[in-house]
Design a binder for this molecule. Structure first.
Ligand SMILES: NC(=O)c1ccc[n+]([C@@H]2O[C@H](COP(=O)([O-])OP(=O)(O)OC[C@H]3O[C@@H](n4cnc5c(N)ncnc54)[C@H](OP(=O)(O)O)[C@@H]3O)[C@@H](O)[C@H]2O)c1
Length: 340
């Protein structure tokens, strides 16, 4: 009998190859899309945080936002001066800096938030992008499942700490909202969350010592379902009737030729790298719908939305379940209080 703690929680895909081919097929489907970006879609003067801005999609997002005049802070677990230089040279914008944050550590997240507050930084836009797909179960130093922590719980903790400290200006938790301008939180998700199983609240965060990359792919989509459910719950908490305090939206970039398969087993990695090169989008191009979400005038009053690339779409219906959203919030706070 399979008695691993999260054995009943699973995603839409049970193997990496079918997940990859479904992603590729999506690229060829004709569906209603938002308009293309225009020169007037500018972000001058906006302060933007991109977690994981040193690699793959995050590097593309940071560059594209910098090209449109934003001040960029990339949040990374290591020093990557070459990433900062690359963003500067590709965007011709020197207003790019790096701050350290390890999303497997609550202490590191606290330090990061305190540093921003101390330096008087007020984020207009925060892009919660960093993510992992470990092919084997990995435990964080505080005993949590790494994929759960990086792909969900650290996003919950970081966004809530930024809001509580007023680093993301808001009136719900900090009473320092900027007049005439919403702040905007964007979560980088995945459409693979569609069809994942119900969230098992009692088992959240319990480390599962899985040993197959296929199980990793399955848990990846399950964790993205959890992230999307949080995104909807947060969007509700940050609005009052028709008044939006802070916008909260989520987006799946579609298939991106990034470094996400860096930890995959050798043979699978070789095969996937080939498919990625052939069919997956360049990160600079994949970043454009994220720019649209943040810069387009017609998005400025939208919250609780979800895009699959440049297509507005509904999340899996489970993500809109109010009871589950509230239970998820409560349980996340309990796990954090137990671990900090
Ligand atoms: N690639 C795709 O086809 C695809 C499709 C749908 C959604 N996404 C989503 O896109 C986002 C970006 O992924 P990617 O494809 O660009 O992969 P990637 O190239 O591997 O980038 C992942 C980023 O996350 C960072 N990261 C991982 N663990 C971290 C930690 N503990 N603390 C701080 N940063 C950490 C990595 O930092 P290091 O470089 O230091 O490891 C890296 O910057 C993820 O949320 C992913 O789920 C990707």
């Amino acid at each position: 009998m399979d008695n691993t703690p999260n054995a009943d929680s699973r995603g839409r895909f049970n193997n990496a190859t079918s997940a990859v081919f479904t992603g590729v097929l999506e690229l060829f489907k004709k569906k209603e899309t938002v308009r293309d970006l225009i020169d007037e879609d500018r972000l001058d003067g906006k302060i933007v945080l991109v977690t994981g801005g040193n690699s793959g999609l995050g590097l593309g997002i940071a560059t594209q936002f910098a090209k449109r005049g934003a001040q960029i802070i990339i949040g990374c677990r290591n020093e990557y001066p070459e990433a900062v230089d690359q963003i500067k040279s590709l965007s011709l914008n020197d207003n790019v800096s790096l701050r350290k944050i390890d999303l497997t550590s609550f202490e590191s997240i606290d330090k990061f938030v305190k540093g921003l507050k101390k330096d008087g930084i007020r984020l207009d836009i925060s892009i919660h992008n960093a993510g992992v797909t470990p092919p084997k179960g990995r435990k964080t130093a505080n005993g949590l499942d790494e994929m759960f922590m990086v792909n969900y719980l650290s996003k919950f903790y970081l966004a809530n700490r930024l809001l509580n400290e007023g680093v993301i200006p808001n009136n719900t938790y900090a009473e320092n909202r900027k007049e005439n301008a919403n702040s905007h939180i964007i979560f980088i998700s995945s459409d693979s969350h569609q069809g994942a199983s119900d969230i098992i609240i009692d088992q959240l965060g319990i480390f599962e010592p899985y040993v197959s990359a296929n199980r990793g792919v399955s848990l990846y989509s399950y964790n993205k379902l959890i992230l999307n459910t949080y995104s909807i719950e947060l969007s509700k908490r940050l609005r009052d009737e028709d008044q939006i305090d802070v916008q909260v939206n989520a987006i799946c970039p579609g298939p991106v030729n990034s470094n996400i398969i860096r930890d995959a087993p050798f043979i699978l990695r070789g095969f996937l790298k080939f498919i990625f090169l052939l069919f997956f989008k360049n990160p600079q191009k994949a970043a454009l719908p994220v720019v649209y979400m943040a810069a387009a005038d017609e998005m400025s009053q939208k919250t609780g939305e979800y895009f699959h690339m440049n297509r507005p779409k509904k999340m899996d219906t489970k993500c809109y379940d109010e009871t589950v959203g509230k239970q998820l919030w409560k349980k996340s706070l309990e796990i954090i209080s137990d671990k900090t």
